[in-house]
Ligand binder design. Structure first.
Ligand code: ADP
Length: 260
């Protein structure tokens, strides 16, 4: 049990999940879901069995990034995670709705309950890594996930813009408060590379990555540019065709639970 006396949820009989990594951000729109997908993709390319639990219940975007739709199968006991073309298992509320534009108008406890069920009532099978895409901020769902799931660590996604604010530090402080190791952070939309001269254009201002590394002792996992090719593939549901090699040592970092 944690310091509030809350036990971790056990794995069901269908599952053997070795490592669980959550992806969080201080605020929305920094590319958290895209980074979750890229983390999963790069682990899968290394030969690991990977799943993505879409815990962003009211703003689920994982199925769309992978072009996944249609109801998952179930056997009366559990719902079977769907599989992308590349073999990544996915569960998201969007797969369970009548239509993908149906809003989820639920109170916090119901939403948190749904996230827990994605762990207890979903057949994921054997996974080396389960990546949990959290909703932005430090609200109900991140709290539920940090309390109820056996997390190996969290990855914090930032943009140069939001590093200037206090939001990243809030996310860091929450993870520390909950005793969840921070594997590192990803600075997304860091710069735009001019296709003509190759110069880095700092669209959202100077990078604060170095400052975050020194002031908070966090490991920089990746600095991603604004990449129109990535945006296009995301929109088309073909993120699995993004061929940049990223997060080279993340598997080792997560296995060792190295915090900085
Ligand atoms: P969040 O989960 O933080 O709300 P998303 O991952 O849904 O953000 O990203 C928001 C939008 O920005 C998406 O349309 C995505 O395709 C785009 N995007 C994210 N990261 C990048 C990037 N590095 N380059 C280009 N587009 C990006």
């Amino acid at each position: 049990p944690d310091k509030c006396g809350i036990d971790k949820l056990p794995q069901n009989d269908y599952n053997e999940i070795k490592h669980v990594i959550a992806v969080m951000s201080g605020k929305g729109g920094v590319g958290k879901s895209s980074v979750s997908a890229l983390v999963a993709l790069n682990l899968a390319r290394k030969g690991y069995r990977v799943g993505i639990l879409d815990a962003d219940i009211t703003g689920p975007s994982i199925p769309k990034l992978f072009g996944l739709s249609g109801r998952p199968e179930h056997d009366g006991n559990v719902v079977f995670a769907k599989q992308t073309d590349g073999g990544i298992k996915v569960m998201s509320l969007n797969l369970l709705l009548e239509s993908e534009d149906q809003p989820v108008i639920w109170r916090g406890p119901v939403i948190a309950g749904a996230v827990k069920q994605f762990w207890t009532d979903v057949a994921w099978g054997k996974l080396d890594f389960l990546v949990v895409d959290l909703p932005p901020g430090t609200g109900d769902v991140p709290l539920t996930v940090m309390q109820s799931l056996p997390l190996d660590g969290v990855i914090i996604v930032t943009s140069p813009q939001d590093l200037a604010n206090m939001v990243v530090k809030k996310a860091v402080n929450m993870a520390n408060h909950m005793n969840v190791p921070i594997l590192g952070f990803v600075e997304n939309m860091s710069y735009l590379r001019c296709p003509d001269c190759g110069k880095e254009i700092k669209v959202f201002g100077e990078s604060h990555a170095a400052a975050l590394t020194t002031s908070m002792g966090l490991r920089l996992l990746e600095r991603l540019p604004i990449d129109p090719a990535l945006a296009e593939l995301c929109d088309a549901g073909r993120i699995e065709n993004y061929d940049k090699e990223l997060f080279a040592n993340l598997d080792e970092i997560a296995k060792k639970r190295v915090t900085n």
